[in-house]
Design a binder for this molecule. Structure first.
Ligand code: M6R
Length: 612
């Protein structure tokens, strides 16, 4: 995820900026850059790869850097628009180099803005959405820095956390936010700004968090806050009492927990700008498929591994239900060793958070060799699978650092539902059915928030069962892939043997293992199939297994059947698996914590499996 650091004051600015960038490295990034302003001068350096590469470049190109004080901005970029190459790294400037900008977030209307600015003579040098910002500021500039920034920001749709500097105003930085966090560290005769407190707390623990549409005019000795309509606002100074390590994790004990709690925002990022209520469909330009091509798809195969495969199984149900398309899911590791039947009309969907998983990549290559159309659903922009597939959907979930995949799953399902909606609308779904799905997707971040609010209760349930050595997770229909994902989460981080099973399959063998020491987690949400799962719960209870049921808020009936109940909000059958998986992510997290496991880096596991 992109990171911003900016400084104004009388200390050597480059050291402070590069130190801040290093502290943001944990967020994941692919390139970095820095810009400094002096009176009528702007220096800019950018490089691909680690902050160390940028520091090497600074040492070579700016041998005097240790003596430069004043204002500067720096950035670590995690590519969204445009490949991770130097020209796309931030800071970006207008062609006159009057304004330099670092930006986190996504400018949704950048394409028409860019087109318009080009018509007015602006020359663009990158593929980024960000570059429209300095050009717009320059276009609006009539001598007043703040007015120009404000006028430019008013034209932006989407999200931003930005810092702007100008050689015309070397004693001023302008900082603003809408949707992407920005924090200002309050110090004496200097100020440090960042997208995340971890870059600030080595300098000060007094910070101001900007609200959406706040603009701050920051000088070494003053911070002047206003809103986008130029009305003065005041914001509290907060005291941070985290140490540096905790700050990287946003105050959470583990990356996994942080990423679980990031899901409302991550899903909102996946959905942003992609839901079109006018046509009641999803806007997924990256698929590179015309409506005619979509209508001519006759069969879909989804290939993936691990959590991505579990999301893919849900995709299977979604494409069949919403688009009437024969769909199958396939372990990516098997794909090329079978004889995958590729016919005209075959579409392969490869799902991978990292975009580097060897088996999924091999499936993509095999499918392409056989002449299939391939689209990828990836989180990491510019990853090998994304590049080689050549078409797809990026999740924009931000980096996932914990080895256990959490937020990627929810975003993958959201992406698959959008894709199934688009295919469904091109084939059979009515406008009203399309709108219903859109409205439900729009509610998803808030529904996830409701699940997260129950974390204390889930922690209590986890503590109660944390000594069990064997677990079953059961579900039916859409809740079957959710059961598999719940079991995967528990086993990988807590080392408890957990099996995900179709509830109806239990009695074909595994029921022999049930006894009082083997708890069963049953996905008993109030959706079609609930009555049958209640029957399966009875079968488990009859074998003395304690049952934890995940059910729908307010569904009193389940309490009569289960030993413990975790409730998730009522939602459609398409999104109920996501909400239940999030409850199971929390359950697994707290079981692992209770057992003293290494949660972010479980034994024997790697975040990205790049070998067969
Ligand atoms: O990066 P990918 O989505 O391709 O990774 C696939 C699996 O390796 C991954 O989901 C793995 O199963 C996780 N540890 C699950 O939490």
């Amino acid at each position: 995820m992109c990171g911003i650091v900016a400084y104004i004051g009388n200390r050597p600015v480059v050291d402070i900026l590069t130190d801040g960038l290093r502290r943001l490295e944990y967020r994941g990034y692919d390139s970095a850059g820095v810009a400094l302003v002096g009176k009528n001068s702007l220096r800019l350096l950018r490089s691909v790869g680690k902050v160390k590469n940028l520091v090497d470049k600074i040492n070579k190109d700016w041998p005097d850097h240790a003596s430069i004080c004043g204002a500067g901005i720096a950035h670590t970029r995690w590519a969204t628009h445009g490949a991770p190459v130097e020209k796309n790294a931030h800071p970006h400037t207008d062609e006159k180099k009057n304004f330099a900008v670092v930006h986190n977030g996504i400018i949704e209307n950048y394409a028409p803005l860019r087109e318009n600015l080009i018509k007015k003579g602006h020359v663009f040098t990158s593929e980024t959405d960000t570059e429209v910002i300095p050009h717009l500021i320059e276009e609006c500039f009539e001598g007043d820095f703040i007015k120009a920034v404000t006028a430019a920001l008013k034209q932006l749709d989407g999200t931003f956390g930005i810092t702007v500097i100008s050689p015309l105003f070397p004693d001023t930085m302008i900082v603003a936010r809408r949707g992407s966090p920005i924090v200002i560290g309050v110090c004496e005769n200097e100020a440090i700004v960042a997208s995340d407190v971890s870059a600030i707390i080595a300098y000060t623990k007094q910070v101001i968090y900007l609200n959406d549409n706040d603009i701050a005019v920051v000088k070494a000795d003053s911070i002047d806050l206003r809103n986008i309509d130029n009305v003065p606002v005041s914001r509290e100074i907060s005291h941070i009492n985290w140490d540096t390590g905790a700050a990287e994790k946003g105050g959470y004990e583990h990356f996994m927990l942080k990423e679980i709690f990031e899901q409302p925002q991550a899903v909102a990022n996946t959905l942003r700008g992609r839901l079109d209520e006018n046509d009641a469909t999803a806007v997924l330009n990256g698929l590179n498929l015309t409506p005619r091509e979509i209508a001519s798809v006759s069969r879909i195969t989804i290939a993936a591994c691990g959590t991505s495969l579990n999301a893919g199984m849900l995709g299977d149900y979604l494409f069949e239900d919403l688009a009437d398309l024969p769909t199958e899911y396939e372990q990516a590791a098997e794909f090329r060793y079978r004889n995958p039947i590729i016919q005209p009309g075959s579409l392969i969907i490869a799902i991978s958070q990292s975009g580097e998983t060897a088996d999924t990549l091999a499936a993509v290559r095999e499918a392409k060799n056989k002449g299939a159309s391939v689209v990828a659903i990836c989180n990491v922009v510019g990853s090998t699978i994304a590049r080689e597939s050549g078409a797809g959907i990026y999740l924009h979930a931000g980096p996932e650092i914990g080895v256990a995949s959490t937020k990627a799953f929810s975003c993958q399902v959201a992406a698959l539902l959008m894709m199934a909606l688009k295919f469904g609308r091109a084939r059979r779904l009515s406008r009203q059915e399309g709108l219903d799905i859109i409205h439900e997707l729009k509610r998803l971040p808030e529904l996830i928030q409701e699940v997260l609010k129950t974390s204390r209760h889930i922690e209590k349930v986890a503590k109660k069962y944390s000594r069990a050595e064997n677990f079953f997770f059961i579900g039916r229909g859409y809740m079957y892939p959710a059961a598999l994902e719940g079991a995967l989460k528990l086993k990988e981080i807590s080392y408890v043997h957990a099996e995900g099973y179709h509830a109806a399959e239990l009695k074909h063998g595994p029921i022999a293992l049930l006894e009082e020491k083997v708890p069963v987690l049953a996905l008993a949400n109030d959706i079609p199939g609930k009555d049958k799962i209640i029957g399966n719960i009875q079968e488990c209870r009859a074998r003395k297994s304690p049952v934890i049921a995940i059910s729908t808020t307010g569904d009193g009936e389940i309490k009569n059947h289960a030993n413990d109940v975790i409730e998730v909000p009522r939602a459609s059958i398409f999104l109920t698996p996501v909400l239940s998986v999030i409850a199971m992510q929390l359950l697994s997290y707290y079981v692992a914590k209770e057992r003293g496991c290494s949660i972010d880096q479980p034994r024997n596991l790697a975040k990205s499996v790049t070998v067969e």
